[in-house]
Design a binder for this molecule. Structure first.
Ligand code: DQA
Length: 146
């Protein structure tokens, strides 16, 4: 089974950025955690972070051509702005889980709108970085051997 994790803009600053909201674990440490879960389940796991919308879109297109089974995505601020990322995900027909470290429904009004939630398999929001592990486990149990 092949899983792709995409993290959007500013998530490279995880662990240093607004720690009261996003916590103090780095993206590198988070990736290590997820890699070990995926390894135990015999899954191929790739994690990519980009600050550029077009790079995230290109990675989504690549996933569509490389037998990726599931995408996990924290689009960060693009959640609230990017019809292009929505269209890319619709274009490839691979199930995806939307993840947010913070609870986007209880923050500023402009974060209430997600261009992805209605087409996501499921949304994990406000569970801290544990949301990534929960989404990964759910993706594995739902789509492994399918
Ligand atoms: C975020 C929430 C977004 O509103 C914000 O722009 C982010 C991170 C989260 O993980 O809580 O960069 O997606």
């Amino acid at each position: 089974m092949k899983i792709l994790l995409l993290n959007g803009p500013n998530l490279n600053l995880l662990g240093k950025r607004e720690e009261d909201i996003y916590g103090n674990i780095s993206l590198e440490d988070l990736n290590e955690r997820l890699i070990s879960v995926a390894k135990k389940e015999d899954c191929e796991f790739t994690s990519i972070q980009s600050n550029a919308e077009h790079e995230l879109i290109n990675e989504i297109h690549n996933a569509g051509e490389s037998n990726t089974d599931v995408i996990l995505i924290n689009p960060a601020a693009y959640t609230h702005t990017s019809i292009a990322i929505r269209d890319a995900l619709l274009g490839i027909n691979i199930p995806f889980y939307e993840i947010h470290i913070s609870d986007i429904s209880t923050r500023e009004d402009f974060r209430n709108k997600s261009y992805l939630s209605d087409i996501a398999e499921k949304v994990y929001s406000g569970l801290g970085v544990d949301g990534y592990e929960m989404a990964l486990n759910e993706a594995i149990s739902k789509f492994k051997n399918k």
